[in-house]
Design a protein around this ligand. Structure first.
Ligand code: PLP
Length: 298
C-alpha cells in the first residue's frame, strides 16, 4: 500500500503534486501515523511495558494520534498536557475530548513544569512514575519515528526535482533526508520561529544539503493571519483539498508565493507532502471565535 499522489496545478511552468499522507495510514493518518508505526511495534515486542506516555499542547496532533493509536492497538496511553488550566476545560477542547474518548489518561502540568520534561526531576515534580511505560517525546520524534517517515518516499519519487515538507520538530523531514536522491532538492517550511531549527534537524540524521524556509511562519507556532485563512479556504474551493492551518497551509502558501514572485529556484516538478493534521481545524476555529475573530476555516 502506498499513499496516493494528486496533481494540483501548474503555475508559470512549475508543476505541483501533492502526496496524500493525510489520507494514508491505519486509522491514524498523516505523518503522525508514520512516526508512531515502529514505536508501536517496538512497544508490543516488550512484554514488560504496560503502556505508553507522551507529551503535547492542548491541541496537539501528536497527542490525538497517540490516543487513537492506543485505542486501535489496545495500548494504555497517558498524555502529559501543557497548561494546568485545561484540566477544567476538557469539554471545550475537541482534541482533548477526543483523546479522552480514545481512552487516554490526561495529566495536566503547568507550563513551567512542562519545560522541565527532559530532566529526571520532572517525574517527581508531577508525582508520577513512568515505570514500565514506553516514553515518546513531544511531537513524537525519535529514531523509530524517522525510520517511519523515511517510508513516505516512494521509488518513483526520484522523478521530482524538489520535495517539500512542513517542519515542526523535524522528524518528518529527517525521514525524507534519509532517503532522497542527492540530485533532488529538499525544502522544509518552518511552522515556528526557532533560530536553531535547522541545526536541531541536522542532529537527527547524517547531515546533508537541504533548505529551510523561515518566511511563512505567520508569526509563530499556531499563529495565523487572515490571508493564510483565506488561502486555505480558497485552496479547498479550487482543488477540493483541505489543508491544516498550522503546517500544510503555511507550506502551500509559501510555495505559491515563491513561485508567483519568481523566487522559486528548486526545479519545475515539485512533490509536496500533505502531512495531515486536520483534527486541529475544529479547535482552531473555536479559538478564532473566542478571540472574537470572524475569520475561520470552512
Ligand atoms: C506534527 C506535524 C508536522 C511536523 O512534523 P515534525 O516531524 O515535528 O517536523 C507537520 N505536519 C503536520 C500536519 C503535523 O501534524
Amino acid at each position: 500500500m502506498k499513499a496516493s499522489t494528486d496533481f494540483i496545478t501548474e503555475i508559470k511552468g512549475y508543476k505541483l503534486w501533492l502526496r496524500r499522507e493525510d489520507q494514508f495510514g491505519e486509522g491514524i493518518t498523516g505523518n503522525k501515523y508514520r512516526k508512531l508505526k515502529y514505536n508501536i511495534l517496538q512497544l508490543k515486542k516488550n512484554n514488560n511495558l504496560t503502556g505508553l506516555i507522551t507529551f503535547g499542547g492542548a491541541f496537539s496532533n501528536h497527542l490525538y494520534a497517540t490516543a487513537l493509536a492506543g485505542k486501535i492497538h489496545g495500548i494504555k496511553t497517558f498524555g502529559i498536557v501543557r497548561g494546568e488550566e485545561w484540566r477544567s476545560k476538557i469539554t471545550d477542547n475537541p482534541t482533548l475530548t477526543n483523546c479522552l474518548d480514545y481512552g487516554m489518561k490526561l495529566l495536566f502540568v503547568s507550563r513551567n513544569i512542562y519545560k522541565q520534561k527532559h530532566t529526571s526531576a520532572f517525574w517527581d515534580l508531577i508525582n508520577f512514575s513512568p515505570k514500565n511505560l514506553y516514553i515518546i517525546p513531544e511531537g513524537g520524534t525519535n529514531d523509530l519515528a524517522i525510520k517511519g517517515t523515511s517510508e513516505m518516499l516512494q521509488e518513483e519519487d526520484c522523478k521530482y526535482e524538489s520535495l517539500c515538507c512542513p517542519v515542526g520538530t523535524g522528524g518528518t523531514i529527517a525521514g525524507i533526508l534519509k532517503n532522497f536522491n542527492p540530485k533532488q532538492k529538499v525544502i522544509g517550511f518552518s511552522s515556528l520561529n526557532h533560530q536553531g531549527l535547522k541545526k536541531d534537524v541536522n542532529k537527527l540524521i547524517y547531515p546533508v544539503q537541504w533548505e529551510l524556509i523561515n518566511d511563512y511562519t505567520f508569526g509563530g507556532y499556531a499563529k495565523t493571519k487572515p490571508e493564510l485563512i483565506s488561502f486555505i479556504n480558497n485552496f479547498k474551493k479550487k482543488y477540493s483539498i483541505q489543508l491544516d492551518p498550522i503546517y500544510t497551509g503555511k507550506m502551500l502558501f509559501g510555495i505559491f508565493d515563491k513561485i508567483k514572485k519568481g523566487k522559486w529556484v528548486w526545479g519545475k516538478n515539485i512533490l509536496i507532502f500533505h502531512t495531515g493534521g486536520l483534527q486541529s481545524i475544529e479547535g482552531f476555529n473555536q479559538r478564532q471565535y473566542q478571540k472574537g475573530l470572524k475569520c475561520t476555516l470552512i
